[in-house]
Every structure is written in structure tokens, then in C-alpha cells.
Design a protein around this ligand. Structure first.
Ligand code: AP5
Ligand code: MG
Length: 216
């Protein structure tokens, strides 16, 4: 299956994608994660993307679509894919159609996580992850079981994203409304969109995603 997880910053795209990877052996393709890796490695793309990301604006359509295309080429055809944070503009949605056709894949479902904007600010400002294995946490909603120690790998170092501050989150929400929300009607016309309440507990959202995929 090839699916898109769509939703504003902090909606839980990354959280739910990680669970689908674990349960179904699908691959998560997060353009945000790819760009952050490029920034950390100081590649030419990373150097160009860093300031744009820190401002909460969008990196160019050509760059992100090229990243997705390259990942699909490297992956081969048999593996299911979760697109997390891509596409984010009408142009990216059109580019994705062309990329999927080239790779002999079809889009099975678009899952939209619906969330309340004020809750998102709270979610994002409390988020951190393990610097070693990348497991995601939240100060309030998904705390460490043992303080200072990663539940998954036992690591002791954690990091927070530079764009996870209130001012940038508000900018990212505005960009989502203006640039990303307009792609939904394209997929609605194809009858492949399922809306899920992203304000429910993490496990409940996962159950709803699983039900949506079972009927896709
Ligand atoms: P990206 O990394 O994609 O960030 P985003 O879309 O802003 O989304 P987030 O990763 O912040 O949120 P999420 O939905 O994954 O939520 P999460 O699961 O972590 O993009 C970053 C930047 O890169 C962009 O601003 C842009 O500059 C650039 N970029 C990326 N892709 C691009 C593209 N295609 N085109 C152009 N530019 C691009 O959850 C958040 C927190 O809430 C966590 O702490 C989690 O534990 C908690 N949580 C999750 N679900 C629940 C729940 N149900 N209840 C309670 N807490 C929950
Ligand atoms: Mg994410």
C-alpha cells in the first residue's frame, strides 16, 4: 500500500507513521526527517533548507520531490510506503502523481488527522526525541518511563527541534492552511480520503488508521 498521512504540524503524522512501520513493515518517507538529516550532514540541500525550515516556511517543491523520487528508486517496488509531510503543495501533489506512475505505484489512501490548533502548539512545544535512536517523546503525553533514559535504546541524550517554538509553530500552521490544505480536494475527488480525529489518544488514533487502511 502507498498512503499519505496529512495534517498540520504536530497532528501526529510521525507518531502514527512509526507505528505503521512497526506493525506492517511499511517504510516511512518523511521529507521533514530527510531535510533535517541533510541539515545535520551540511549537504548543499541542507545548507539551503536550514533557514527556510527555521522560519517555518516551505522548502522548494523541486527539492522535496527529488528526495522522494530518489528514495523510491533506492527502495524497489515491493515495499509499502507512508508519505509523512509530503505532498504539501498542489504542485507537489501533481509531482507525486508523476513519480508514483514512474515507479508503478498507486495511491491507496489519504488519511487526514484533524486536530485543534491550540492543542498543536502545546504538543509541539513539549516534543523531544532520543538523540541516539530517534524515538519520539512528549513532556506530558508520552514521557520517558525512567527519567533521563530512552525507553527503546537506553540512550541518555535527547534533542528538540529548532523550529519547535511557539512563533514558528504558528507560522507553520498558517503555511499549512494556505499551501497544504488546498491539496485535499484533489484527493477527495478520487474518493480516497479518510478523516480521523487526531485529538484522541495515540492508541485510539492508531486503531482508527488501521480501520481506514483495512477498508481502503
Ligand atoms: P515536518 O518535519 O514534516 O514537520 P511538520 O509537518 O510541521 O509536522 P511535525 O513533524 O511537527 O508533526 P507530526 O504531525 O509529525 O507530529 P508528531 O507525531 O511528531 O517539516 C518540518 C519543516 O521541513 C517544514 O516546516 C518545512 O520547512 C520543511 N518541509 C518538510 N516537508 C516539506 C515539503 N514536503 N515541502 C516543503 N518543505 C517541507 O507529534 C507531535 C507531538 O505530539 C509528539 O510529541 C507526540 O508524542 C505528540 N502526540 C502525537 N499524537 C498525539 C496524540 N494523539 N495525543 C497526544 N499527543 C500526541
Ligand atoms: Mg513529523
Amino acid at each position: 500500500m502507498n498512503i499519505i498521512l496529512l495534517g498540520p504540524p504536530g497532528a501526529g503524522k510521525g507518531t502514527q507513521a512509526a507505528r505503521l512501520v512497526e506493525h506492517h513493515g511499511m517504510r516511512q518517507l518523511s521529507t521533514g526527517d530527510m531535510l533535517r538529516a541533510a541539515v545535520a550532514a551540511r549537504t548543499p540541500i541542507g545548507l539551503r533548507a536550514k533557514e527556510v525550515m527555521d522560519r517555518g516556511e516551505l522548502v522548494s517543491d523541486e527539492i522535496v520531490s527529488a528526495l522522494i523520487d530518489a528514495e523510491l528508486t533506492a527502495m524497489g517496488e515491493g515495499v509499502g510506503v507512508i508519505f509523512d509531510g509530503y505532498p504539501r503543495t498542489v504542485q507537489q501533489a501533481e509531482q507525486l502523481d508523476a513519480i508514483l506512475a514512474r515507479h508503478h505505484r498507486r495511491l491507496d489512501a489519504v488519511i487526514e488527522l484533524e486536530v485543534d490548533e491550540e492543542a498543536l502548539v502545546r504538543r509541539i512545544c513539549g516534543r523531544f526525541s532520543c538523540a541516539n535512536c530517534g524515538e519520539g517523546y512528549h513532556d506530558e503525553f508520552k514521557p520517558l518511563r525512567v527519567p533521563g533514559t530512552c525507553d527503546r535504546c537506553g540512550g541518555h541524550e535527547f534533542k528538540r527541534r529548532p523550529d519547535d517554538n511557539e512563533a514558528t509553530v504558528r507560522k507553520r500552521l498558517q503555511v499549512y492552511r494556505n499551501e497544504t490544505a488546498p491539496i485535499l480536494p484533489l484527493y477527495e475527488q478520487r474518493g480516497i480520503v479518510t478523516r480521523i480525529d487526531g485529538m484522541a489518544a495515540i492508541e485510539e488514533v492508531t486503531d482508527a488508521v488501521e480501520r481506514a487502511l483495512a477498508s481502503a
